[in-house]
Ligand binder design. Structure first.
Ligand SMILES: Nc1ncnc2c1ncn2[C@@H]1O[C@H](COP(=O)(O)OP(=O)(O)OP(=O)(O)O)[C@@H](O)[C@H]1O
Ligand SMILES: [Mg+2]
Length: 229
């Protein structure tokens, strides 16, 4: 399977969930996820790469081997050890077809090139799933979900501020990182809120658990400081 999409769109998360689902359906025996990138498969000397790749495969048996930025294995030319990793991988997929799922992930165009670079890859990686960037509404939902889970409430005016910030930040979806950016924003907001409360005296439970617009403003500030509102 091939997962494509920008950073933070949920590729690793979905791969992990799928692995557990396959376990519960008895398609996989363990249902865990082993995540590697080029450096987890390729070694520096002739013959070492096959061993390194085999080790990764052994760890992943019974679950999902998730290879991030897989195109880095084939873009450095035929002399590169990445080819050795690909050959080893293809053999392992054949040998362990009953108890190993391999998912490769990365940017869509590069993943297409990667798969087309080798007929073996093309025949085994023929299902593409694209993960689009989250919309502002979806990211609002993710932020609210994080608040709910942690017992926080979002002050009414903080919702508007959040929407404004997410709309602005998501113009650079790669830099912001979709749901990962939302998580970072949430974590910064909590620490900002804690600092704000530390300067106050008696606190009610509501105050302790409330995220206000000002907590978000500072949480989203760039190093050069946001403009005042
Ligand atoms: N739909 C979602 N709801 C809530 N949280 C999400 C959702 N999608 C992703 N996340 C969270 O966003 C973060 C990034 O997700 P994940 O690691 O799955 O992205 P990714 O696509 O694998 O990113 P990368 O390409 O950088 O590896 C994680 O903390 C994950 O829990
Ligand atoms: Mg990932």
């Amino acid at each position: 399977m091939v997962f494509s999409g920008n950073p933070g769109t949920g590729k690793t998360t979905v791969a992990r969930i799928m692995s557990r689902i396959y376990r519960s359906l008895d398609i996989l025996s363990k249902g865990h996820l082993v995540e590697v990138d080029r450096s987890g498969l390729v070694a520096g000397y002739v013959g070492q790469t096959a061993l390194k790749t085999q080790e990764a495969v052994q760890k992943a048996l019974g679950g999902v081997l998730f290879i991030d930025e897989a195109y880095a294995l084939t873009t450095r030319g035929p002399q590169d050890y990445g080819q050795e990793a690909v050959e080893t991988l293809l053999k392992a997929m054949e040998d362990h077809r009953d108890d190993l799922i391999v998912i490769v992930a990365g940017y869509i165009e590069l993943m297409e090139e990667f798969v087309e670079s080798n007929p073996g890859l093309e025949s085994r990686f023929n299902r593409f799933i694209h993960f689009p960037d989250y919309t502002v509404e979806e990211m609002m939902g993710i932020f609210r979900m994080r608040c709910d889970k942690a017992g926080y409430t979002l002050a009414p005016e903080a919702g508007d501020e959040l929407k404004r910030i997410l709309a602005e930040k998501s113009k650079d979806s790669i830099g912001f990182g979709n749901a990962r950016g939302v998580r970072n924003l949430f974590e910064k907001a909590l620490s900002r809120q804690a600092n704000r409360l530390a300067a106050m005296g008696q606190l009610t439970r509501e105050q302790l658990m409330e995220i206000r617009a000002e907590d978000l403003e500072d949480a989203s500030a760039e190093p050069e400081k946001d403009t005042d509102i």
